[in-house]
Design a protein around this ligand. Structure first.
Ligand SMILES: [Fe+2]
Length: 266
């Protein structure tokens, strides 16, 4: 089974990048399943049903989340609609809307998708349960089910945590991929027991920005040490960052993981 995981889609320009590139990528890479990181997919962060539907129409099968998943309250009811394949991190409290894992039906069998949040700088995460232990419980619940493939998106700042999580789940899931920093890492590889891993997939959005935001705003903000409103370019050069994971559906382990990076003009 060939799975494409698309890194943090940033605002409308990120969605347009996916819409423009994904149909050809699906054919070229013979994709069976497409997953995207959704928390930044609208301008101002968070999700709208229009944005989700745009990307589903473009071919995305399911979405993982992160610290910005709850930015737009208008989407909260949709998190509770389990016909929509949209996750928020599994280690958020049960009192918050949505779910952190789901199974997708594929021609090869069931695919387990888990969204989890790791550590973030300057964030109070006291209300969140432990990322590794939360995923352990999810994997325990799915024991006995025939799982053709599985992927954990660990959304966090710390590379060390993301690498540690890869080794912790090595041999138990098809892939552990990191998101949130928006900067792709060069460490995509299959770990010794067969789990594909990368510390960060990178973002899908505008080039020549600081993590998707207009560079002048971030530089000025740093120089002046004063808050500035973030703005994301709406056109120009943009890049899709993703990983392609080839899974042996008999074992549920990875044969390979490869970085995919495509540039276009929006
Ligand atoms: Fe994030």
């Amino acid at each position: 089974m060939k799975v494409l995981f698309i890194g943090d889609v940033v605002a409308r320009i990120g969605r347009r990048t996916v819409q423009k590139l994904l149909p050809d990528l699906r054919n070229e890479l013979e994709l069976d399943l497409i997953i995207a990181q959704s928390e930044n997919m609208t301008t101002g962060n968070g999700l709208t049903i229009k944005a989700v539907q745009e990307l589903m129409d473009a071919g995305v099968d399911a979405f993982t989340g992160g610290n910005h998943s709850f930015k737009k309250a208008v989407f909260y009811p949709y998190f509770e609609d389990h016909s929509l394949p949209v996750l928020r991190p599994a280690n958020y409290p049960d009192t918050q809307p949505g779910r952190g894992s789901l199974t997708l039906d594929t021609p090869y069998g069931k695919f387990l998708l888990v969204s989890i949040e790791g550590s973030r700088y300057n964030a109070d995460q006291s209300e969140q349960s432990h990322p590794l232990k939360t995923v352990d419980e999810i994997l325990e619940r799915s024991k006995g089910e025939q799982i053709a493939g599985s992927l954990i998106d660990l959304h966090g700042d710390l590379t060390s945590e993301k690498v540690a999580a890869g080794h912790y789940f090595d041999g138990r899931v098809s892939a552990v991929v990191g998101t949130h920093t928006h900067v792709p890492t060069a460490d995509a590889r299959v770990l010794p027991k067969g789990t594909a891993h990368i510390s960060d997939v990178g973002m899908t959005g505008p080039d020549n920005t600081v993590l998707g935001v207009k560079k002048e705003i971030i530089i000025d903000r740093w120089l002046e040490n004063a808050p500035r409103r973030h703005e994301v370019p709406t056109s120009g050069s943009a890049t899709l960052n993703a990983v392609l994971i080839d899974i042996d559906t008999k074992t549920g382990l990875a044969r390979s993981i490869e970085r995919i990076e495509r540039q276009t003009e929006i």
